[in-house]
Design a protein around this ligand. Structure first.
Ligand code: AMP
Ligand code: ZN
Length: 471
């Protein structure tokens, strides 16, 4: 029985999908305006583990992830600059090229960490029509109002608005008068933002208009004259939240099983998604919300100015195997804040090397160690307790079971852990002469010594080959 912490109920619950054995899961994906760092990637490894554990339990998983390439402002609460425009300016590229550049960087980082992404990532800019349809549905049902800068969702019309965040609306205001900029309630949010061009500001690179059959993309047009007069007042771009409702429901239906994100998504982004989806359909949007805790570096928030902002490529440049970072992530429970240090990464790399060395020394996989397999499964099924699963794994590795049994079980564990033990190819190196000299009777002793030094010994048809394990 798989159990998972559901932010909606604040409880670890037995996982029962809507339509077993099928499981629909939507993950809020990256906003592709800048590099994805090791904090972001921790989250995606967390999602990867969740999906692998579901599959381990024989669920049929349909995983969907979006790429936010439009609509996300620097504040999640629909104010500030546009992230994509800001990124484009910073790197001297168009918003479309920025989106491509950083989507690739995200996918490369995910691959290096053995994260299995869905084959088709859904791009917000490919689903503008669906977002407009959803906004229109909300307009028809009376959940929206217009201000000078956009179309807003009226959260006072949706009494369950705070069911995920459990915030107190009075406390939100903090007892002070806040300029709501035309909004009726502090928690109201933008479904659509109007173009700034009528106010004399330069137009953004990504804008659309809607109404009637004349939906269209403005960004490829040269000027406003191409927009029929009656539609000019709709020119703008979708708010960030509406994309996730539109795309998740498009891919998984109006109600689905699991929605994931970072803990920062609880108060605004996911609360908004629930409000606009449930207001539109009248049905429960999601059964389980899963949220991942943040990563800090040397106990500080990661930022470029502190010089502690690292990507997966930075980890590799320093000579680490990216899978040692995966190993490190697994050592902290996903709901606990994690502190990244280089020392801890070294420790993870050493542990991974040792594991690979052990694995390589075991010969052919035969019947597994049932006792440890049972305990491993219990750990992963207990709200993804990977730290415990790793400790069960090491206990098994150190146990007296024969290598062939350990190998079978470790291969099974690796379906979830994904250290890629079966595919691991050590580099070939010259073997120091004195280690080559051992007589046949000494062979086994020497083999053990060589492995302790970080090499593996392989018997091949052309003789014994010694290979160095990646550091
Ligand atoms: P950003 O690209 O900075 O807007 O971040 C996008 C999302 O990535 C956030 O909403 C978080 O859910 C997640 N995220 C950002 N920084 C971290 C971090 N240090 N640790 C874990 N997740 C993070
Ligand atoms: Zn989202």
């Amino acid at each position: 029985m798989f159990k998972i912490y559901n932010t909606l109920t604040r409880k670890v619950e037995e996982f029962i999908p809507i339509n077993p054995p099928n499981v629909g899961i939507y993950s809020c994906g990256p906003t592709v305006y800048d590099y994805q760092h090791i904090g972001h990637m921790r989250r995606y490894v967390g999602d990867d583990l969740l999906i692998r554990v579901l599959k381990f339990n024989n669920f049929k998983v349909h995983h969907v992830m979006n790429i936010t390439d439009v609509g996300h402002l620097t504040s999640d609460a629909d104010t500030g600059e546009d992230k994509m425009e800001k990124g484009a300016e910073k790197y001297g590229l168009s918003v479309w090229d920025i989106a491509k550049k950083f989507e690739k960087q995200f996918i490369d980082s995910a691959k290096a960490l053995n994260i299995e992404l869905p084959k088709d990532l859904m791009h917000a800019t490919d689903f503008i029509d669906e977002q407009i349809e959803l906004i229109k549905k909300l307009e028809e049902k009376g959940f929206t109002y217009k201000t000078a800068d956009g179309i807003y969702f009226d959260t006072s019309r949706f009494p369950d608005y705070f069911k995920l965040s459990r915030q107190n609306p009075e406390e939100l205001k903090g007892g002070v008068r806040i300029d709501l900029g035309g909004k009726k309630n502090i928690s109201d949010f933008a479904l659509w933002k109007f173009s700034s061009e009528p106010s004399g500001l330069p137009r953004r690179q990504m804008e659309w208009w809607f109404e009637g059959p004349l939906k269209g993309e403005l960004s490829t047009q040269k000027n406003w004259s191409s927009v029929p007069v009656q539609y000019r007042e709709t020119v703008g771009f979708p708010g960030w939240h509406i994309e996730c409702s539109a795309m998740s429901m498009e891919a998984l239906g109006e109600s689905f099983d699991i929605h994931t994100g970072g803990i920062d998504h609880i108060n605004i982004h996911h609360s908004n998604e629930i409000a606009q989806s449930e207001a539109a359909t009248g049905k429960p949007f999601v059964k389980y919300f899963v949220h991942h805790a943040f990563l800090q570096v040397e106990s500080e928030k990661m930022s470029k100015s502190l010089g502690n902002f690292y990507t997966v490529a930075d980890i590799e440049k320093k000579g680490f195997d990216p899978l040692s970072l995966r190993y490190l992530y697994l050592q902290t429970h996903y709901r606990q804040e994690m502190n990244f240090t280089w020392e801890a990464l070294e420790g993870a790399q050493t542990a991974l090397n040792k594991l690979r060395g052990e694995f390589a020394s075991w010969g052919e996989a035969k019947v597994g160690c049932a006792e440890f397999e049972q305990r491993f499964k219990e750990a992963i099924n207990d709200d993804l307790n990977l730290p415990e699963a790793l400790s069960v794994m090491w206990e098994m590795v150190r146990s007296n079971y024969p290598g062939s049994a350990k190998k079978r079980s470790l291969l099974k564990f690796d379906e979830v852990l994904r250290f890629g033990l079966a595919e691991f190819k050590p580099e070939k190196v010259e073997v120091p002469d004195k280690r080559k000299k051992g007589g046949f009777s000494e062979a086994d002793k020497i083999r053990v010594q060589i492995e302790e030094l970080g090499f593996t010994v392989e018997d091949t048809p052309t003789g014994t080959k010694i290979k160095k394990l990646n550091r």
